[in-house]
Design a binder for this molecule. Sequence first.
Ligand code: GN1
Ligand code: MG
Length: 359
Amino acid sequence: MMLDQILELYGLNTNNYHIKSFGTGLINHTWKVSGPENYILQRINPYVFKNPEAIAENMALLAEYLKHTAPNYLFVAPIPTLKGERMAEINHKEYYRLFPFIDNSVTITEITNQQEAFEAAQQFGKFTYLLRDFKLEKLHYTLPQFHDLKLRFDQFKEACSTAGADKLAIAATAINDIYKYQGILFTYMQLIDHQQLPLRVIHHDTKISNVLFDQHHNGLCVIDLDTVMPGYFLSDVGDMLRTYLSPANEEERDFSKIQINEECFYAIYKGYVSAMGTALTPAEKEYFTYSGKYMIYMQVLRFLTDFLNDDIYYHTTYPLQNLVRAQNQLKLLEQFTRSENRFKKFIEYFSFKHDNIVN
Ligand code: GN1
Ligand code: MG
Protein backbone atom coordinates (compact mmCIF):
# COMPACT_ATOMS: atom_id res chain seq x y z
CA MET A 1 0.00 0.00 0.00
CA MET A 2 0.91 3.66 -0.48
CA LEU A 3 2.12 4.31 3.08
CA ASP A 4 4.44 1.29 2.90
CA GLN A 5 6.00 2.82 -0.17
CA ILE A 6 6.78 5.94 1.87
CA LEU A 7 8.31 4.08 4.78
CA GLU A 8 10.62 2.43 2.29
CA LEU A 9 11.83 5.85 1.14
CA TYR A 10 12.98 6.33 4.73
CA GLY A 11 14.65 2.94 4.80
CA LEU A 12 12.13 1.43 7.21
CA ASN A 13 11.20 -2.21 6.70
CA THR A 14 7.41 -2.15 6.58
CA ASN A 15 7.12 -5.64 8.09
CA ASN A 16 8.38 -4.25 11.38
CA TYR A 17 6.02 -1.30 11.65
CA HIS A 18 2.38 -0.74 12.29
CA ILE A 19 0.68 2.40 10.92
CA LYS A 20 -2.36 3.97 12.55
CA SER A 21 -4.23 7.25 12.01
CA PHE A 22 -3.33 9.79 14.66
CA GLY A 23 -4.69 13.10 15.91
CA THR A 24 -7.62 15.29 14.97
CA GLY A 25 -6.25 17.94 12.56
CA LEU A 26 -8.60 19.26 9.91
CA ILE A 27 -5.90 19.92 7.31
CA ASN A 28 -3.03 17.44 7.13
CA HIS A 29 -3.43 13.72 7.65
CA THR A 30 -1.28 12.22 10.41
CA TRP A 31 -0.32 8.65 11.32
CA LYS A 32 1.64 7.10 14.13
CA VAL A 33 4.19 4.55 12.94
CA SER A 34 4.98 2.07 15.70
CA GLY A 35 7.78 -0.46 15.70
CA PRO A 36 11.37 -0.76 16.92
CA GLU A 37 11.29 3.03 17.07
CA ASN A 38 8.19 5.20 16.81
CA TYR A 39 7.49 7.94 14.31
CA ILE A 40 4.87 10.41 13.24
CA LEU A 41 4.10 10.38 9.52
CA GLN A 42 2.22 13.25 7.95
CA ARG A 43 0.82 13.97 4.53
CA ILE A 44 0.81 17.64 3.59
CA ASN A 45 -2.54 18.86 2.32
CA PRO A 46 -1.64 20.17 -1.15
CA TYR A 47 -4.80 22.26 -1.50
CA VAL A 48 -3.86 24.27 1.59
CA PHE A 49 -0.07 24.28 1.37
CA LYS A 50 0.73 25.08 -2.24
CA ASN A 51 4.46 25.22 -1.59
CA PRO A 52 5.55 22.40 0.76
CA GLU A 53 9.18 23.15 -0.03
CA ALA A 54 8.77 26.50 1.75
CA ILE A 55 7.72 24.70 4.94
CA ALA A 56 10.67 22.35 4.73
CA GLU A 57 13.06 25.25 4.24
CA ASN A 58 11.64 27.21 7.16
CA MET A 59 12.01 24.21 9.45
CA ALA A 60 15.59 23.63 8.35
CA LEU A 61 16.46 27.29 8.99
CA LEU A 62 14.88 27.30 12.43
CA ALA A 63 16.46 23.98 13.40
CA GLU A 64 19.87 25.30 12.44
CA TYR A 65 19.39 28.59 14.29
CA LEU A 66 18.13 26.96 17.48
CA LYS A 67 20.89 24.37 17.42
CA HIS A 68 23.35 27.21 17.96
CA THR A 69 21.38 29.65 20.07
CA ALA A 70 19.35 27.26 22.25
CA PRO A 71 21.02 23.84 22.05
CA ASN A 72 18.88 22.39 24.82
CA TYR A 73 15.60 23.30 23.17
CA LEU A 74 13.68 20.31 21.84
CA PHE A 75 12.96 21.14 18.21
CA VAL A 76 11.15 18.31 16.47
CA ALA A 77 12.46 18.46 12.91
CA PRO A 78 11.51 16.13 10.06
CA ILE A 79 13.85 13.21 9.29
CA PRO A 80 15.49 13.26 5.84
CA THR A 81 14.72 10.42 3.43
CA LEU A 82 17.37 7.86 2.48
CA LYS A 83 18.27 10.08 -0.45
CA GLY A 84 18.69 13.04 1.91
CA GLU A 85 15.53 14.83 0.82
CA ARG A 86 13.53 16.92 3.28
CA MET A 87 10.23 15.32 2.28
CA ALA A 88 9.17 12.10 0.64
CA GLU A 89 7.37 12.59 -2.66
CA ILE A 90 5.19 9.97 -4.32
CA ASN A 91 2.66 10.03 -7.17
CA HIS A 92 4.07 13.32 -8.42
CA LYS A 93 3.79 16.10 -5.85
CA GLU A 94 2.25 14.16 -2.99
CA TYR A 95 4.44 15.11 -0.05
CA TYR A 96 5.00 13.30 3.25
CA ARG A 97 7.22 13.92 6.25
CA LEU A 98 8.45 11.65 8.98
CA PHE A 99 9.16 12.95 12.48
CA PRO A 100 10.68 11.13 15.42
CA PHE A 101 8.04 10.30 18.03
CA ILE A 102 9.39 11.83 21.22
CA ASP A 103 9.52 9.05 23.82
CA ASN A 104 7.45 9.54 26.95
CA SER A 105 5.82 12.61 25.51
CA VAL A 106 2.07 13.03 25.49
CA THR A 107 -0.33 15.33 23.70
CA ILE A 108 -3.72 16.29 25.05
CA THR A 109 -6.81 17.26 23.10
CA GLU A 110 -8.43 19.38 25.76
CA ILE A 111 -7.45 21.45 28.73
CA THR A 112 -8.41 19.88 32.03
CA ASN A 113 -6.74 22.31 34.42
CA GLN A 114 -5.20 25.77 34.40
CA GLN A 115 -1.70 24.48 34.81
CA GLU A 116 -1.88 22.94 31.33
CA ALA A 117 -2.94 26.30 29.90
CA PHE A 118 -0.04 27.98 31.72
CA GLU A 119 2.45 25.41 30.42
CA ALA A 120 1.18 25.67 26.85
CA ALA A 121 1.25 29.49 26.86
CA GLN A 122 4.75 29.34 28.26
CA GLN A 123 5.83 27.01 25.46
CA PHE A 124 4.39 29.20 22.70
CA GLY A 125 5.91 32.26 24.36
CA LYS A 126 9.24 30.50 24.70
CA PHE A 127 9.27 29.54 21.03
CA THR A 128 8.74 33.15 19.93
CA TYR A 129 11.16 34.42 22.57
CA LEU A 130 13.98 32.08 21.53
CA LEU A 131 13.52 33.28 17.95
CA ARG A 132 13.24 36.99 18.81
CA ASP A 133 16.49 37.85 17.01
CA PHE A 134 15.97 35.50 14.07
CA LYS A 135 15.99 37.41 10.77
CA LEU A 136 12.35 37.39 9.72
CA GLU A 137 13.17 38.04 6.06
CA LYS A 138 14.60 34.53 5.87
CA LEU A 139 11.26 32.88 6.55
CA HIS A 140 8.82 32.00 3.80
CA TYR A 141 5.18 32.84 4.23
CA THR A 142 3.89 29.28 3.98
CA LEU A 143 0.31 30.57 3.88
CA PRO A 144 0.41 34.16 2.66
CA GLN A 145 -2.01 36.47 4.51
CA PHE A 146 -3.12 33.53 6.66
CA HIS A 147 -4.35 35.65 9.57
CA ASP A 148 -5.11 38.83 7.66
CA LEU A 149 -8.50 39.66 9.11
CA LYS A 150 -9.28 42.14 6.33
CA LEU A 151 -8.70 39.43 3.72
CA ARG A 152 -10.90 36.99 5.69
CA PHE A 153 -13.62 39.61 5.82
CA ASP A 154 -13.36 40.25 2.08
CA GLN A 155 -13.50 36.51 1.39
CA PHE A 156 -16.64 36.34 3.50
CA LYS A 157 -18.26 39.18 1.55
CA GLU A 158 -17.31 37.51 -1.72
CA ALA A 159 -18.85 34.23 -0.53
CA CYS A 160 -22.06 36.10 0.38
CA SER A 161 -22.24 37.51 -3.12
CA THR A 162 -21.97 34.09 -4.78
CA ALA A 163 -23.93 31.87 -2.36
CA GLY A 164 -27.42 30.66 -3.20
CA ALA A 165 -30.47 32.27 -1.63
CA ASP A 166 -31.26 29.20 0.47
CA LYS A 167 -27.84 29.24 2.12
CA LEU A 168 -27.97 32.98 2.71
CA ALA A 169 -31.36 32.50 4.35
CA ILE A 170 -30.27 29.84 6.85
CA ALA A 171 -27.11 31.77 7.64
CA ALA A 172 -28.91 35.12 7.94
CA THR A 173 -28.54 35.54 11.71
CA ALA A 174 -24.87 34.61 11.63
CA ILE A 175 -24.24 36.98 8.73
CA ASN A 176 -25.95 39.74 10.65
CA ASP A 177 -23.79 39.03 13.70
CA ILE A 178 -20.66 39.38 11.58
CA TYR A 179 -21.65 42.98 10.92
CA LYS A 180 -22.57 43.51 14.56
CA TYR A 181 -18.99 42.68 15.56
CA GLN A 182 -17.32 44.55 12.71
CA GLY A 183 -15.52 46.83 15.18
CA ILE A 184 -13.09 43.94 15.73
CA LEU A 185 -12.05 44.29 12.08
CA PHE A 186 -11.65 48.07 12.35
CA THR A 187 -9.41 47.73 15.40
CA TYR A 188 -7.24 45.25 13.52
CA MET A 189 -6.92 47.53 10.50
CA GLN A 190 -5.94 50.43 12.71
CA LEU A 191 -3.35 48.35 14.57
CA ILE A 192 -1.75 47.19 11.35
CA ASP A 193 -1.92 50.57 9.60
CA HIS A 194 -0.18 52.26 12.50
CA GLN A 195 2.34 49.43 12.90
CA GLN A 196 1.62 49.22 16.58
CA LEU A 197 2.70 45.61 16.97
CA PRO A 198 6.11 44.08 16.22
CA LEU A 199 6.40 41.30 13.66
CA ARG A 200 7.71 38.12 15.29
CA VAL A 201 8.22 34.44 14.55
CA ILE A 202 4.72 33.18 15.25
CA HIS A 203 3.38 29.62 15.36
CA HIS A 204 -0.13 30.40 14.05
CA ASP A 205 -1.84 27.24 15.34
CA THR A 206 -1.64 27.17 19.13
CA LYS A 207 -4.33 24.63 19.93
CA ILE A 208 -3.47 22.43 22.89
CA SER A 209 -2.75 19.32 20.81
CA ASN A 210 0.20 21.21 19.29
CA VAL A 211 2.09 21.16 22.60
CA LEU A 212 4.16 18.19 23.70
CA PHE A 213 4.02 17.47 27.42
CA ASP A 214 6.02 15.11 29.58
CA GLN A 215 4.33 12.47 31.74
CA HIS A 216 3.73 15.01 34.50
CA HIS A 217 2.16 17.46 32.04
CA ASN A 218 5.07 19.86 32.07
CA GLY A 219 5.41 21.50 28.66
CA LEU A 220 8.27 20.18 26.50
CA CYS A 221 7.96 22.05 23.21
CA VAL A 222 5.55 23.03 20.46
CA ILE A 223 4.91 20.95 17.33
CA ASP A 224 3.06 21.26 13.99
CA LEU A 225 5.29 23.97 12.59
CA ASP A 226 3.81 24.30 9.09
CA THR A 227 2.39 27.72 9.74
CA VAL A 228 5.43 29.14 11.53
CA MET A 229 6.07 32.44 9.75
CA PRO A 230 6.30 36.14 10.50
CA GLY A 231 3.19 37.39 12.25
CA TYR A 232 1.79 39.12 15.31
CA PHE A 233 1.43 37.83 18.87
CA LEU A 234 -2.32 38.30 18.28
CA SER A 235 -2.45 35.03 16.37
CA ASP A 236 -0.85 32.82 18.99
CA VAL A 237 -2.35 34.32 22.11
CA GLY A 238 -5.69 34.79 20.37
CA ASP A 239 -5.93 31.16 19.29
CA MET A 240 -5.04 29.97 22.78
CA LEU A 241 -7.84 32.12 24.18
CA ARG A 242 -10.17 30.83 21.47
CA THR A 243 -9.40 27.18 22.08
CA TYR A 244 -8.49 26.90 25.79
CA LEU A 245 -11.05 29.00 27.65
CA SER A 246 -14.22 27.03 26.97
CA PRO A 247 -14.64 23.42 28.11
CA ALA A 248 -16.67 22.82 24.93
CA ASN A 249 -14.77 23.17 21.65
CA GLU A 250 -15.71 24.45 18.19
CA GLU A 251 -17.49 21.19 17.30
CA GLU A 252 -19.97 21.43 20.21
CA ARG A 253 -23.59 21.58 19.08
CA ASP A 254 -25.06 22.28 22.50
CA PHE A 255 -24.12 25.93 22.80
CA SER A 256 -25.12 26.13 26.46
CA LYS A 257 -21.86 24.30 27.15
CA ILE A 258 -19.81 27.14 25.70
CA GLN A 259 -18.54 29.05 28.69
CA ILE A 260 -15.50 31.05 29.64
CA ASN A 261 -13.18 29.81 32.33
CA GLU A 262 -11.68 33.10 33.48
CA GLU A 263 -9.00 31.44 35.59
CA CYS A 264 -7.72 29.90 32.41
CA PHE A 265 -7.27 33.36 30.87
CA TYR A 266 -5.11 34.38 33.81
CA ALA A 267 -3.04 31.21 33.43
CA ILE A 268 -2.45 31.93 29.73
CA TYR A 269 -1.40 35.50 30.49
CA LYS A 270 0.99 34.45 33.23
CA GLY A 271 2.44 31.61 31.15
CA TYR A 272 3.03 33.79 28.08
CA VAL A 273 4.49 36.65 30.09
CA SER A 274 6.72 34.30 32.05
CA ALA A 275 8.39 33.26 28.78
CA MET A 276 8.34 36.55 26.86
CA GLY A 277 9.34 38.72 29.83
CA THR A 278 10.34 42.23 28.92
CA ALA A 279 10.26 41.35 25.20
CA LEU A 280 6.48 41.76 25.31
CA THR A 281 5.76 45.40 24.43
CA PRO A 282 3.24 47.64 26.21
CA ALA A 283 1.04 47.54 23.08
CA GLU A 284 1.06 43.73 23.14
CA LYS A 285 -0.06 43.79 26.76
CA GLU A 286 -2.72 46.33 25.92
CA TYR A 287 -4.10 44.19 23.07
CA PHE A 288 -3.75 40.87 24.86
CA THR A 289 -7.47 40.63 25.56
CA TYR A 290 -8.33 41.91 22.10
CA SER A 291 -6.36 39.05 20.56
CA GLY A 292 -9.05 36.62 21.74
CA LYS A 293 -11.80 38.57 19.99
CA TYR A 294 -9.66 38.86 16.86
CA MET A 295 -9.08 35.11 16.55
CA ILE A 296 -12.61 34.07 17.48
CA TYR A 297 -14.04 36.55 14.98
CA MET A 298 -11.67 35.32 12.28
CA GLN A 299 -12.77 31.73 12.91
CA VAL A 300 -16.43 32.75 12.63
CA LEU A 301 -15.61 34.36 9.28
CA ARG A 302 -13.66 31.35 8.04
CA PHE A 303 -16.28 28.75 9.01
CA LEU A 304 -19.14 30.82 7.66
CA THR A 305 -17.28 31.56 4.43
CA ASP A 306 -16.63 27.85 3.97
CA PHE A 307 -20.27 27.05 4.61
CA LEU A 308 -21.31 29.59 1.95
CA ASN A 309 -18.68 28.17 -0.43
CA ASP A 310 -20.07 24.61 -0.03
CA ASP A 311 -17.40 23.29 2.37
CA ILE A 312 -14.36 23.41 0.14
CA TYR A 313 -11.80 24.01 2.90
CA TYR A 314 -12.72 22.42 6.22
CA HIS A 315 -13.41 18.73 6.37
CA THR A 316 -17.04 18.08 7.35
CA THR A 317 -18.90 14.99 8.48
CA TYR A 318 -22.49 16.24 8.43
CA PRO A 319 -24.46 18.86 6.46
CA LEU A 320 -24.47 22.38 7.92
CA GLN A 321 -21.41 21.56 10.05
CA ASN A 322 -19.53 24.70 9.05
CA LEU A 323 -22.57 26.82 9.84
CA VAL A 324 -22.88 25.17 13.25
CA ARG A 325 -19.17 25.79 13.85
CA ALA A 326 -19.61 29.46 12.95
CA GLN A 327 -22.62 29.78 15.28
CA ASN A 328 -20.65 28.03 18.00
CA GLN A 329 -17.81 30.53 17.65
CA LEU A 330 -20.28 33.42 17.70
CA LYS A 331 -21.55 32.15 21.01
CA LEU A 332 -17.96 31.97 22.24
CA LEU A 333 -17.38 35.53 21.09
CA GLU A 334 -20.44 36.71 22.98
CA GLN A 335 -19.30 34.94 26.15
CA PHE A 336 -15.76 36.22 25.80
CA THR A 337 -16.99 39.79 25.46
CA ARG A 338 -18.81 39.45 28.77
CA SER A 339 -15.54 38.72 30.57
CA GLU A 340 -13.53 41.31 28.68
CA ASN A 341 -13.47 44.05 31.30
CA ARG A 342 -12.38 41.69 34.04
CA PHE A 343 -9.58 40.43 31.79
CA LYS A 344 -8.36 43.95 31.11
CA LYS A 345 -8.43 44.87 34.79
CA PHE A 346 -6.47 41.78 35.65
CA ILE A 347 -3.75 42.65 33.13
CA GLU A 348 -3.52 46.23 34.38
CA TYR A 349 -3.28 45.05 37.95
CA PHE A 350 -0.84 42.25 37.20
CA SER A 351 1.46 44.50 35.15
CA PHE A 352 1.36 47.20 37.81
CA LYS A 353 2.22 44.78 40.58
CA HIS A 354 4.89 43.11 38.50
CA ASP A 355 6.53 46.33 37.30
CA ASN A 356 6.65 47.62 40.86
CA ILE A 357 8.27 44.49 42.17
CA VAL A 358 10.83 44.44 39.36
CA ASN A 359 11.80 48.12 39.74
C1 GN1 B 1 -7.16 24.20 10.90
O1 GN1 B 1 -5.96 21.36 10.80
P1 GN1 B 1 -5.90 22.13 12.04
O2 GN1 B 1 -6.95 21.70 13.02
O3 GN1 B 1 -4.50 22.14 12.63
C2 GN1 B 1 -6.69 25.57 10.40
C3 GN1 B 1 -6.64 26.54 11.57
C4 GN1 B 1 -8.01 26.61 12.19
C5 GN1 B 1 -8.47 25.22 12.62
C6 GN1 B 1 -9.88 25.24 13.13
C7 GN1 B 1 -3.88 25.64 7.94
O4 GN1 B 1 -6.17 23.70 11.76
O5 GN1 B 1 -6.25 27.81 11.12
O6 GN1 B 1 -8.00 27.47 13.28
O7 GN1 B 1 -8.40 24.30 11.53
N1 GN1 B 1 -5.40 25.45 9.76
C8 GN1 B 1 -5.21 25.89 8.50
O8 GN1 B 1 -10.18 24.01 13.69
O9 GN1 B 1 -6.09 26.46 7.87
MG1 MG C 1 -2.28 22.76 12.17
